[in-house]
Design a binder for this molecule. Structure first.
Ligand code: NDP
Length: 294
């Protein structure tokens, strides 16, 4: 039987939202202003609509004003760029987020590059990632999902410095920035990807594993070192006839097997997921402070 501490992302995110709400109220009393977040949604993907809805709801909960623009999947690149430009120019908007993926035919990179660096609360700009990678530099914003992973490790007092950390996945939005953040905290970091030889062996030597490969329950118990900390970023829908929806969400890690070996583990759902939106709120608050010299 597993004795792993379950890292509760839902509870942690709720605690952080409270901290954000408190700080925001103080700043509001001082400045008579509140932070604003603009979310741009193009097309009608159900998952994107759900994410955007819950981002707006979370903003309301902590007192961030949310701005939203929804464009049809027929929108042109120029129309999207115009929306971004308007938010760039709007002083009530401190953060701008374009929900990905954008419809086919739209140059995603061009749209993201149009977001002003001061308002890039997703932290995806090359400038920002460069600052994250370089010693002695401070990025304006740390990408939300990896930031949430580190926040969970820190709030659960998982030692990072000097530890072997393995990040499975090297995407721009999760794997790469997660690896940089761990390295910044003095872990010895290995990045594993689809071309890695002996990925399982490498992971089995890790004190900290961040799994972000996008394959349902791919990492079985033999990938996990006894006593490790396991942060499972994956969100995968798998068929489940017993659920009314007909599916359930699972991570990239086989939770049952891994929790029997790990010392700390995040569940899916209820682990990294709730932290991501929470870090978006935090980044928006940070943007507000930066832009108002607070
Ligand atoms: P990507 O598909 O962009 O990246 C997946 C990465 O995993 C790639 O680097 C790929 O390697 C690597 N990979 C794929 N298969 C293997 C394998 N068999 N062994 C080792 N590495 C492998 O995904 P994302 O980074 O965007 O997302 C990863 C997961 O996290 C998804 O399940 C996604 O749904 C979830 N997610 C969750 C969020 C949250 O809030 N909790 C937010 C964002 C994502 P290569 O580079 O060689 O192709």
């Amino acid at each position: 039987e597993g004795t792993a501490t379950i890292i509760d992302g839902k509870m942690t995110a709720a605690a952080i939202r409270k901290e954000i709400a408190t700080e925001l109220a103080e700043l509001k009393a001082k400045t008579s202003k509140v932070p604003g977040l603009a979310v741009v949604l193009v097309g009608n993907r159900k998952d994107s609509e759900t994410y955007v809805r819950s981002k707006k709801k979370s903003c309301a909960e902590v007192g961030i004003e949310s701005f939203g623009t929804e464009l049809s999947d027929q929108a042109t690149e120029e129309e999207i760029l115009k929306v971004v430009a308007d938010y760039n120019a709007n002083p009530a908007v401190n953060g701008i987020l374009v929900q990905l993926p954008l419809p086919k035919g739209i140059n995603e990179q061009r749209v993201l590059d149009a977001i002003s660096l001061e308002k890039d609360v997703d932290g995806f700009s090359p400038e920002n990632i460069g600052q994250l990678a370089m010693r002695g530099r401070t990025p304006r914003f740390v990408p939300c999902t990896p930031k949430g992973c580190i926040e969970l490790l820190e709030r659960y007092n998982v030692p990072i410095a000097g530890k072997n950390a393995v990040v499975v996945g090297r995407s721009n939005i999760v794997g790469l920035p997660a690896a940089l953040l761990l390295q910044n905290r003095d872990a010895t970091v290995t990045i594993v990807h689809s071309r890695t030889k002996d990925a399982q062996k490498i992971c089995a030597d890790a004190d900290i594993v961040i799994a972000a490969l996008g394959k349902a329950e791919f990492m079985t118990g033999d990938w996990i070192k006894p006593g490790a900390a396991v942060i499972d970023v994956g969100i995968n829908a798998v068929d489940d006839k017993t659920s009314p929806k007909g599916y359930k969400l699972v991570g990239d890690v086989n939770y049952k097997e891994a929790s029997a070996k790990a010392n700390w583990i995040t569940p899916v759902p209820g682990g990294v997921g709730p932290m991501t939106i929470c870090m978006l709120l935090k980044n928006t608050l940070e943007g507000f402070k930066q832009q108002n010299g607070l």
